[in-house]
Design a protein around this ligand. Structure first.
Ligand code: NAG
Ligand code: NAG
Length: 308
């Protein structure tokens, strides 16, 4: 083909597509906390308001499978539910129509985001003048705050040189946070040394989006560790405040060495210093390096569902 024909084709194609001049817009990704309201908007702009137009939201239900949710035609302009949308979705989702510049939007307004709302939503627009639909998607990600971790013992008595395990479990939230271990020696005025973060292992959350995590710390009992406090947390920023408390702790004693009356245990003071964050900590406790070696660590972070 010569250059003239080529240019003519380009010109005609250009005029054609600008005459259609339709565009579609969604927010590609939305990250929201469980319980929040979420507005999924599919906005369509058109240069030809007279053209028949059909807008539809659908949700991906599996690999290549979809469920139609709702649709709207520009001649009617009131959104409608598609047949067979489950009640647990309709219950808390409102359909809305909104005017935008040069067009309108079909909106799914989710009142109180729940786990089953998570997923990929696709908006399609069909027009009379253009038989192939325009498509755009929004992926909705649910986020869940982690709960308070729990260590099953308050005090552990172990013989010197014996190896022992400390087990910590928690709802680790979504996206899942690692459980992190730290410790403080008897005389180190509650300055915590970080040991290690557990590692996460992907698995599917339960229906209510809960992921239970477990981390096991293996420690060899040495003289220096007598009366040390080990702490398991879902964040390196410790929060002591009531329901937001994000750690649990256990005091370890050498069996037969310390007096075992509870009054000698480390007090659980509300004002404590945070675990070391690269500053002062390690210089405050020179013995921390060998202790880390003693705490030869086999931390396992397993995620398992609440139901398992
Ligand atoms: C939410 O949906 C997205 C997209 O399908 C997916 O990648 C993610 O794993 C889902 N999250 C949960 C908690 O199911
Ligand atoms: C523990 O090990 C250290 C060093 O190997 C040793 O000196 C100490 O006697 C041991 N203690 C016990 C109670 O076995």
């Amino acid at each position: 083909m010569d250059i003239k024909t080529y240019c003519t084709i380009l010109l005609v194609a250009g005029c054609f597509s600008s005459a259609l001049g339709n565009s579609i817009e969604t927010t590609p990704e939305l990250h929201r906390h469980m319980g929040e309201n979420v507005k999924l908007s599919c906005a369509v702009k058109t240069t030809d308001p007279g053209d028949w137009m059909f807008i539809q939201w659908k949700k991906e239900t599996g690999e290549g499978t979809y469920m139609n949710i709702a649709s709207m035609q520009n001649v009617v302009l009131s959104p409608d539910w598609s047949p067979n949308v489950p009640d647990h979705f309709r219950d808390h989702v409102e359909l809305q129509k909104e005017d935008v510049l040069d067009g309108y939007a079909l909106i799914l307004f989710i009142e109180g985001f729940i786990c089953s709302d998570n997923g990929t939503y696709i908006c399609e627009v069909f027009t009379k003048s253009n038989p192939s639909p325009m498509k755009s998607q929004s992926v909705l990600f649910i986020e869940v705050d982690p709960g308070k971790p729990s260590i099953h013992q308050n005090v552990l008595q172990v013989k010197e040189n014996d190896t022992f395990d400390i087990e910590c479990t928690a709802n680790v939230g979504l996206p899942p946070l690692p459980l992190s271990w730290s410790y403080t020696l008897k005389d180190s005025s509650h300055i915590y040394q970080k040991i290690l973060d557990g590692f996460t292992q992907e698995n599917s959350p339960t229906r209510d989006c809960t992921i239970r995590g477990k981390s096991v710390l293996t420690v060899e009992m040495r003289e220096e560790l007598d009366m040390a406090t080990f702490l398991c947390a879902t964040s390196s920023e410790l929060s002591t405040d009531g329901s937001k408390k994000n750690y649990d702790e256990v005091v370890v004693q050498i069996y037969g060495k310390t007096t075992t009356t509870t009054s000698t245990l480390a007090p659980s003071t509300p004002e404590r210093q945070q675990p070391d964050d690269n500053t002062g900590g390690s210089s405050t406790i020179p013995s921390s390096v060998p202790v880390i070696l003693f705490c030869c660590l086999v931390a396992m972070f397993e995620l398992f569902t609440r139901t398992s």
